[in-house]
Design a protein around this ligand. Structure first.
Ligand code: ADP
Ligand code: MG
Length: 400
């Protein structure tokens, strides 16, 4: 093991006696924006499979947890032909002390709330030592998305999507927005065809009384008023006196839904479905990351380059903003997602005039279903975007 890592693990164990007493730290498995995650063995877990049923006395348990092979229970295990227990591994998430206590509490509470779904990593327990908090989760064997997204056939990737959407359905039914759906937060094991959603560090409850955004009262009669409220007549104001809008933009660049980029104050669980769509788009196009903008304005341009200016302008209007650009590559007519994927996979330019006929060449019904599903996830108007519950009924996921 890397000596620097040995030192890091040692110092962690020294400063966190409770954790060191119970868990044997093995390796570092992740370093996210907000935490370091270690793989460890839970030493308090019983020493043999089924041993909970064989001996529940504290003495027996203590002996077993030390792995005493000569214990009466071990002998009995041997006699009945039960092999030594499989070791139990956990993931220790050491949340950086720079995170606010409120944020840490929020993550732990939401993890605890959502513990009852197979597609979500449950919180086993948590420890605090001064300003340091660690969360203990079961360890999930998983593959790096980058290692399989180019190889996996579409039929297999369906399992990925189904598992992800199942997790999201559970999260959303609890009125919670994950806010950071992306491959590194969805631990997928292609062999088991199973994934678990992790990292509720940015998650939040859907507001029951959201702040006002024009999208809430957007109807035939009143939308003009809201638009003109924010629309400077005859161009842009030089020294715009209106305060900038502040909204929760938490998430990862490239995965943010248009309404997040437009600083909508009424964000819903649908933002996660957009991110799930971005993952599917990345899979279909064999490009990761698919969107690669440096900031929110660039991100809007990227999205507009696919869906076209009119559609994004309408989306901006929905949220009381104006979208305008003179960048020539932003088309008036949007592209079909099939065309974008085609272009990404083959590298050939999408010609606007032939574009409408090209996608008709593909006749794989499974692919058609995937594109229909993708289009419904990447619907720029969140009100029309598919929900997790509806997504599970969509033929693409329902027929596995
Ligand atoms: P952060 O908030 O810092 O992004 P995450 O919860 O996303 O932290 O964890 C960072 C990384 O650690 C993940 O991308 C994953 O590789 C690994 N990881 C997290 N939880 C687990 C787990 N329960 N089992 C296995 N690996 C995990
Ligand atoms: Mg993460």
């Amino acid at each position: 093991m890397d000596p620097q890592l040995v030192e890091e693990i040692d110092s962690f164990a020294r400063s966190f006696k409770d954790v060191a007493n119970r868990f044997r730290l093995i390796s570092k498995i992740g370093e996210g924006t907000f935490s370091s995650v270690y793989r460890a063995e839970d030493m308090e877990y019983d020493a043999f499979d089924n041993s909970w049923d064989l001996d529940r006395s504290p003495e027996g348990k203590r002996r077993l947890s030390m792995g005493d092979m000569s214990s009466p229970i071990a002998k009995r295990q041997k006699k009945v032909g039960v092999g030594p227990r499989r070791k139990k591994y956990v993931a220790i998430k050491r949340i950086y002390v720079t995170s606010s206590p409120q944020r840490i509490l929020n993550e732990l509470v939401l993890l605890h709330t959502l513990s009852r779904c197979d597609s979500i990593a449950p919180l086993i327990t948590a420890f605090r030592s001064q300003d340091q908090v660690v969360a203990i989760l079961p360890y999930y064997k998983h593959a790096d998305y980058r290692a399989f997204y180019r190889q996996l056939p579409l039929m297999e990737f369906k399992y990925y999507m189904k598992s992800l959407v199942t997790a999201l359905e559970h999260v959303h039914l609890h009125g919670i927005l994950h806010r950071d759906v992306k491959p590194t937060n969805f631990l997928y094991d292609p062999e088991k065809r199973r994934g678990v959603l992790v990292d509720f560090g940015l998650a939040e409850r859907e507001s029951v009384d959201p702040s006002y955004c024009t999208c809430r009262g957007y109807g035939e009669n009143n939308h003009i008023r809201h638009i003109t409220d924010r629309q400077p007549i005859g161009g842009y104001l030089k020294n715009d006196p209106r305060p900038g809008r502040r909204a929760n933009r938490a998430g990862t660049r490239g995965f943010r839904a248009p309404e997040v980029l437009l600083k909508c104050l009424n964000q819903t669980t649908k933002i996660d479905m957009w991110s799930a769509g971005v993952i599917l788009l990345s899979f279909m196009s064999k490009r990761f990351p698919f969107f690669n903008s440096a900031d929110d304005i660039d991100a809007m341009i990227e999205i507009a380059s696919i869906f076209g200016k009119p559609k994004i302008s309408a989306c901006a209007r929905l949220h009381g903003s104006i979208f305008d650009t003179n960048i020539p590559t932003v088309p008036d007519r949007g592209f079909k997602l099939e065309e974008i994927v085609d272009w990404a996979v083959t590298g050939t330019d999408v010609d606007e005039t032939e574009a409408s006929t090209r996608s008709q060449v593909d006749e794989d019904p499974e692919k058609d279903l995937a594109f229909d599903f993708l289009m419904k996830c990447l619907e720029v108007d969140f009100r029309k975007r598919i929900s997790a519950q509806e997504a599970l009924q969509h033929e693409f996921l329902a027929r596995i």
